[in-house]
Design a protein around this ligand. Structure first.
Ligand code: EAX
Length: 325
């Protein structure tokens, strides 16, 4: 009897043809910036790596949403799977994260990346879990600088009376009010209209964000204050990860590490070229900033942060040195 006429084999063949294609999962990752940005670079690396490692069993759908608080809420209730967001609004969901939003806390990128990749950073990621979120991995937004449409800012006194848009972040708002500015918190989605209408005079953001969003079109002056390092973080809904097999969760973590690498590489590249690009686009750039004067002017805020945040953690972060460093 020809092979294809054997009942057992025919039965197996029929079952195979009737079996559903390998179940495919799609996860949605939202972030606030154009695809051609440091967040887009991270999201793309996550997508490409995870789809490759799972042979497209898991597909990643990247979407833009420039309201970070809204995205975190959506991840918390499960209407989206993950977001790459700055820590701007995160402290409203995970209060411990406010500690890494303190101005002049991080010395430079190596310090920030080293701390966040250490047990200190992992300890903060663990604080997401009781809040119904998974802090997967630290990403990066960058050191924030001040822009405005009114005047060159060379010293803290130049900020006095300036309406400055801040993120919905109590630490940043306290810092700017201590400088005598008028902090105006709003989601990133509202920023450009507010600058165009003169609702606010200025804003502060890392070079990559200023470049990617052409903020030079609505801001004339840039001062390289580097007043605060802005971490970002990949946050996911617990169910999204729990539904994965252990093997796929391992693939997801490998993809998250690839996302972190691509994101940080793009920040470094944008930092290297972005200031000249913004000058080329017509911005007046103040590069010589009296950082000590800004730090002195913020002394009352620092004293408050020692009391209201985790003073011991802040000291651990300041004292952190690379192994053998
Ligand atoms: O995360 O809101 C902000 O200024 C953030 O830096 C921006 O959305 C990128």
């Amino acid at each position: 009897m020809p092979v294809f006429r054997r009942p057992a084999l025919l039965g197996a063949l029929a079952a195979l043809l009737a079996a559903p294609a390998m179940a495919q999962t799609q996860i949605t990752v939202q972030h606030a910036l154009p695809l051609n940005s440091h967040y887009g670079a991270g999201a793309t690396a996550l997508k490409e790596t995870l789809e490759r490692l799972t042979n497209n069993r898991i597909r990643v759908n990247i979407q833009r949403n420039d309201n970070e608080r809204e995205m975190i809420e959506s991840v918390q209730i499960g209407t989206i799977d993950c977001t790459i967001t700055s820590t701007g609004p995160v402290g409203n969901f995970v209060p411990a994260v406010r500690n890494v939003d303190v101005p002049f806390l991080f010395r430079d990128y190596a310090h920030a990346r080293g701390v966040l990749d250490s047990e200190i950073g992992q300890g903060l990621l663990n604080q997401f879990t009781p809040r119904g979120l998974v802090g997967v991995i630290w990403m990066e937004n960058g050191f924030r600088h001040l822009t405005n449409s009114r005047r060159e800012v060379n010293a803290p006194a130049d900020v006095r009376g300036m309406k400055v848009r801040t993120m919905e972040n109590q630490v940043h708002m306290r810092a700017f009010s201590t400088l005598g500015a008028l902090p105006t918190p709003m989601a990133f989605s509202e920023l450009v209209p507010a600058l165009q209408q003169g609702t606010v005079d200025g804003q502060e953001n890392p070079i990559p964000v200023i470049v990617a969003n052409n903020l030079n079109q609505v801001q004339r002056f840039l001062t390289l204050t580097a007043h605060v390092y802005s971490p970002a973080v990949l946050i996911c809904n617990p169910g999204t990860l729990n539904r994965m097999s252990a093997a796929d969760r391992a693939h997801f973590m490998e993809a998250a590490r690839a996302a972190q690498r691509a994101n940080r590489e793009r920040v470094s590249a944008d930092e290297a070229s972005g200031v000249d690009e913004l000058r080329r686009r017509g911005m007046t750039v103040v590069t010589q900033v009296d950082t000590a004067a800004f730090q002195a002017a913020l002394a009352p805020a620092f004293a408050e942060f020692e009391r209201t945040l985790d003073g011991a953690l802040l000291r651990r972060i300041r004292d952190w040195r690379p192994a053998g460093g």
